[in-house]
Structures are given as structure tokens and as C-alpha cells.
Design a protein around this ligand. Structure first.
Ligand code: CO
Length: 460
């Protein structure tokens, strides 16, 4: 049996370890080798890369994608797309989602891994449909979490639902690294039994379970895994590509990976890692194992957020109480998977409940919007008492929230006028207005400097 590998070093791995601060110039020279190494796909776009390019790296994310595509001609490029939220946390109208998918496909994207934080597939169906229309690979995600309503049967049903939607493959997305080997085995078996689709597994090494989880997932028939080249593997990133390849081949599995190329890729990224360690961007702490995540069953980012909040308020003595409060808040909210932004919302509410010594005395506007139905349908039942506390029945969202949103693309394009030079620019602006505006201004300025320079040179 063959196992496919998706390399994450230029997306999830660097997002998890160095807050997505890797400029294109750090990996440009190794892309050709990566293209030859035998990967199933290279995850290189979406997630936080888009925002980070505009906000911190002074790079046009669309241009980055085109440049990667120009070098990687054989290996499919892969992105992570947040369904109806595109790359952020608010809902966009369907026409904008479709336009984003279309432009991503045109600029070189091949595999669209599409997820919704609540596993509400009404929030991914438009992105999936447009991906299929563009002739690209639509991969539907199931966000993994543990709760009384997240049973194996329920996950198997989700798989069926995705298959009916027309996705080409399924990804089990274990963003917190909490899925254990036995759970992974049972889950993959169930999805393989309920669908005919290839199943991919995505986890993080945060709790140390990663390699074991991958192995058992593969034993259950999983078709592919996400790994990061060794210098950028481990900790909050993915398990290492070379290590997984070595172990799997020893066990009799085939891979398409080439050792010489992997060695070159590792040799390329080793000094890059050192640079980020030396300048403090890579905090060695993220490379360790966080076993307490297994105890609380919550993502590491959520725990560190809660700790930061409590430290700010000089209330670290309430940390255990706040952690104990999480299950109650999650139950009241209908057991949402703990992925951003829900992880932060649940964590903050748990902290608030403990600090006020009373449940829901203070409710954030995000949680109110969630209770109104703006995020979609929760996996379990949301506390009616809590909904009634915030909204009148007639104020609640009826049906699919995105259906109530007016188209914005043409209107935004007209408003931007010459500032936007392409439809891609308009989409950058829609996704991150202030950040894109600053980026456009700096682009303008840089170019006018270049022009002046050329003129001066001529006059010499
Ligand atoms: Co991830």
C-alpha cells in the first residue's frame, strides 16, 4: 500500500512555529527540489499565509502563489480555506466565496482543503461547488474534537454528507493534536466504511501523539498524511517527513518520496530555522511536548490565551477553575469543535464566568453572535436559556446566515477604483481591508520611488 505525503513547511508548519513569518525568498531556491521530491501535494497557501504576506512581509499573496506555481509545475499546490469565512472569521456572501475560489484556481491552486469550524457543511458547500466547477480537487474537512455528541457514528455520517456534496477526498483535521492512535484507527475505519473516498489525516505534534496517530490511521487505510521537513517538524508543527517515511517503509508501505531530495530540503531549511531561533521569532518552547492538552482536551493556543488573559488580570490562581469551567461552557454552546475563533471564545467565556463568580454575567459580542446563529448550526443543542438571555426569538438567524448577505464584490471594486489593480486586489481588500489598504499604499510608494530613480539616472 502506498502512503501519500503533503509537505506543510511553507504553510501550517511555519504558521504553527513562527507565526507565518517566512518570506518567499526563504524558500524560493528549494521549491524546484520540493517539486521533484515525490510529494502528493505542497501546502503553501491559505490559512494565515495570506494575511501575513500583506501585513508583515510586504508581499502580494497572489503573486506569491503565481511564483510558487511557476516553479512547482508537477506537484499539486494545496491551500486551507475556511469555507464561507474564506481566510478570516466572518461570513462572506456566496459570490465573494466563489470569486475567491475561482481566482485561487486561476492563479495556480490545485487542491482546496475546505473546512468549517462547526462542521456545519452548509458553510462549505459553496466553496466545494465552485472548486469542482473550476475542475480542481475539493477536499472536505471534518474538524476533530471530543464531546458526547461527537461519536464515531456521527463522524461516519459527516463523511457521507461530504461524499454526497461531491468532494474528491476527506481530511480529518486534528488541529489540536488530541486524536489518539486508537481514535484515529476507529475514525478512519468508519469513514472508509461509510464512503468510497480517499481519507487524509492532518495532525500536529503538540501532544506527542502525532506519529502514533498517523501510523494507526494508515493501518486503518488512511491514504495520506501531512508532515513537515525535519528542521520545521515537531512541537506545535507536524511530525517529520523523513521520520514518517523511514518508519512506514520499514513497515512495508510504499512512498513516492526521494531521500536525496528530502536531504536537500532539510539542509536548506536548517539555517532558516536557525535564523528564526536567533532573532527570537521561533520560541524554543513551541518545540516541546504539551501533555496537559490531553488532560483538558483543548488546543495549546487556547490554553496560552487563557493564561495570558488571567496573567493580565492578575488572576492566575483562577486557572484551574477556568479550565474546569470549559466543559460547562462548551455544553451550553452545543459542543463546538475548539478551533479558532471558537476556542478563544469558549476560553474567554470560561475565564469570565470564573472571574465574575457567576455564569454568563458578562457575554462577549462574539458569543452573542454565535447564539444568534451567525456561525451556523452547532453540533449539539445550544442552551435555550442562554439564547433567551441574549435574543428575542424573532432576532435569531433563520436558515443559512450567508443567504442573508448581499453581494459585495462589484460594489467594493467600484469603491476601490484605481487603488485595486486586479480582481485579486479587490479580494485581498475584502478579506483584510485595513491591511490591504496599507499594502496598496506601500506598493504605490515603492513604485513611485523606482520611477524617480530611473528618471534621475537618465538625467545623469
Ligand atoms: Co493544522
Amino acid at each position: 500500500m502506498k502512503v501519500q505525503f503533503t509537505e506543510t513547511v511553507v504553510r501550517d508548519s511555519q504558521q504553527s512555529l513562527i507565526a507565518t513569518r517566512m518570506p518567499f525568498s526563504d524558500f524560493e531556491d528549494i521549491l524546484e527540489t520540493m517539486d521533484n521530491a515525490g510529494y502528493h501535494s505542497i501546502e503553501c497557501w491559505g490559512g494565515a499565509t495570506f494575511d501575513s504576506c500583506l501585513r508583515y512581509l510586504d508581499e502580494d499573496p497572489w503573486e506569491r502563489l503565481r511564483k510558487i506555481k511557476a516553479i512547482c509545475k508537477k506537484t499539486p499546490l494545496q491551500m486551507l480555506l475556511r469555507g464561507q469565512n474564506i481566510l478570516g472569521y466572518k461570513h462572506y456572501p456566496d459570490e465573494t466565496v466563489r470569486m475567491f475560489v475561482r481566482k485561487s484556481a486561476e492563479n495556480g491552486m490545485d487542491i482546496f482543503r475546505i473546512f468549517d469550524a462547526l462542521n456545519d457543511f452548509d458553510n462549505i458547500k459553496v466553496a466545494v461547488d465552485e472548486t469542482i466547477k473550476c475542475g480542481k480537487h475539493a477536499q472536505g474537512c471534518i474538524c476533530y474534537t471530543t464531546s458526547p455528541v461527537h461519536t464515531i457514528e456521527k463522524y461516519a455520517e459527516m463523511g457521507k454528507e461530504l461524499e454526497k456534496m461531491g468532494v474528491h477526498s476527506i481530511c480529518i483535521k486534528d488541529m489540536a493534536g488530541i486524536c489518539g492512535p486508537q481514535e484515529a484507527y476507529d475514525l478512519v475505519k468508519a469513514l472508509k466504511a461509510s464512503t468510497k473516498l480517499p481519507v487524509y489525516f492532518h495532525t500536529h505534534h503538540t501532544t506527542g501523539l502525532g506519529p502514533m496517530t498517523y501510523l494507526k490511521a494508515i493501518e486503518a487505510g488512511c491514504d495520506g498524511i501531512d508532515t513537515a521537513i525535519s528542521p520545521f517538524a515537531g512541537g506545535t508543527s507536524q511530525p517529520a517527513t523523513e521520520t514518517m517515511k523511514y518508519a512506514l517503509e520499514q513497515l512495508g508501505y510504499e512512498t513516492d518520496l526521494n531521500d536525496d531530495d528530502l536531504q536537500k530540503i532539510a539542509a536548506h531549511f536548517a539555517p532558516i530555522k536557525k535564523k528564526f531561533l536567533d532573532n527570537g521569532t521561533l520560541n524554543p518552547q513551541v518545540m516541546g511536548i504539551k501533555a496537559d492538552i490531553l488532560k483538558y482536551q483543548v488546543p495549546g493556543g487556547m490554553l496560552s490565551n487563557m493564561i495570558a488573559n488571567l496573567k493580565d488580570l492578575n488572576a492566575m490562581d483562577k486557572f484551574d477553575a477556568a479550565c474546569d469551567e470549559i466543559p460547562a461552557v462548551r455544553k451550553d454552546m452545543g459542543y463546538p469543535p475548539l478551533v479558532t475563533p471558537l476556542s478563544q471564545m469558549v476560553g474567554n467565556q470560561a475565564v469570565q464566568n470564573v472571574l465574575f463568580g457567576e455564569r454568563y454575567k458578562n457575554i462577549s459580542k462574539e458569543i452573542k453572535a454565535y447564539l444568534r446563529g451567525e456561525y451556523g448550526t452547532a453540533p449539539g443543542e445550544v442552551s435555550q436559556e442562554l439564547i433567551d438571555k441574549c435574543w428575542k426569538p424573532e432576532e435569531l438567524v433563520q436558515g443559512r446566515y450567508a443567504d442573508s448577505l448581499e453581494p459585495i464584490f462589484e460594489k467594493t471594486k467600484a469603491e476601490l477604483g484605481k487603488t485595486a489593480r486586479s480582481d485579486e486586489d479587490v479580494l485581498s481588500y475584502i478579506a483584510f481591508p485595513q491591511v490591504a489598504e496599507k499594502f496598496f499604499a506601500s506598493r504605490e510608494e515603492k513604485e513611485s520611488n523606482t520611477v524617480n530613480y530611473t528618471i534621475e539616472k537618465k538625467e545623469d
